[in-house]
Design a protein around this ligand. Structure first.
Ligand code: ZN
Length: 272
């Protein structure tokens, strides 16, 4: 009798166990893809896509001409007006109907002189330094943060228009990571305020030197931001961008030894 009861209990327990197919799916993750230079694609758990500084056809990307025709975008973020950051924004916007996230001045300049579709930039996604906008139905909050650089814009750099203040973006994804794209910048002390206001899970940091901070100053920036993980960018695209991930890694060991260094390959993604 006891054996019979035990068997019944075992059977009932087995029936109560959900089958593998019934188990709830693990929470979707955020992934980040690098196209080389300062161009990144962030894929949100919902399937929406944020592009940053989409110079997809940059010289480091061997598949750029194909990628630019297929890349997805719901939002396009541009940090400042230089060609290596505006990149293919207008073409991608025309195909995808993505909205532009940029400062008021830069957005208007991109519409005025770079052919960005006028009805895809307005008060909902335009902002300025210090402002936070909620985007994609509340899936992410994007804050415009400063950068020390310049920001002229135009198809001919010798006849460029005013592009407003250069900047970076802090992108806080609901239920996901917080990502800081530095834009082009030198190290500046107020990066510490970014580190005290947000827990930055991933910092996308320029390290190439010459036009931006180089490896040593970028490592100091990671220390101020207290980033958990850092991906170097904006190096080796042109011969003058001499900062290397190796030099950055060595400097990080001194300045921010707890930060995880991830050197991405062009065209590859990481999951957060
Ligand atoms: Zn640049």
């Amino acid at each position: 009798m006891r054996t019979f009861l035990a068997l019944c209990l075992l059977t009932a327990t087995a029936l109560a166990q959900p089958k593998a197919a019934d188990k709830p799916a693990p929470p979707a993750k955020t992934s980040v893809k690098w196209f080389g230079h300062a161009a990144f694609e962030i894929d949100l758990p919902s399937g929406k896509t944020i592009l940053i500084d989409p110079w997809i056809t940059n010289p480091s990307n061997p598949t750029g001409k194909d990628d630019v025709k297929s890349v997805k975008a719901d939002l396009i973020l541009v940090t400042h007006g230089h060609f290596d950051h505006v990149g293919d924004a207008a073409d991608i916007a025309k195909r995808t109907h993505a909205k532009l996230v940029a400062t008021f001045d830069l957005g208007n300049a991109l519409v005025g002189v770079m052919g960005f579709p006028k009805d895809q930039f307005g008060f909902d996604t335009g902002g300025n330094v210090g402002g936070t906008i909620e985007v994609l139905g509340g899936e992410a909050k994007i804050t415009f943060v400063p950068a020390i650089h310049s920001s002229a814009v135009g198809p001919d750099p010798t006849k460029a228009s005013q592009g407003g203040s250069p900047g970076g973006f802090v992108i806080a994804i609901k239920g996901g990571p917080t990502i800081y794209h530095t834009g082009d910048t030198d190290l500046f002390g107020d990066m510490a305020l970014i580190g005290s206001h947000w827990k930055v899970d991933l910092m996308l940091a320029c390290i190439g030197d010459h036009f931006t901070m180089g490896p040593d100053r970028a490592a100091e920036a990671v220390r101020l931001v207290k980033a958990k993980q850092v991906v170097p960018m904006h190096f080796a695209t042109f011969p003058v961008l001499t900062g290397t991930p190796d030099a950055f890694g060595k400097a990080l060991k001194k300045s921010a030894p707890r930060a995880k260094l991830t050197v991405m390959e062009v065209g590859k993604s990481i999951t957060l």
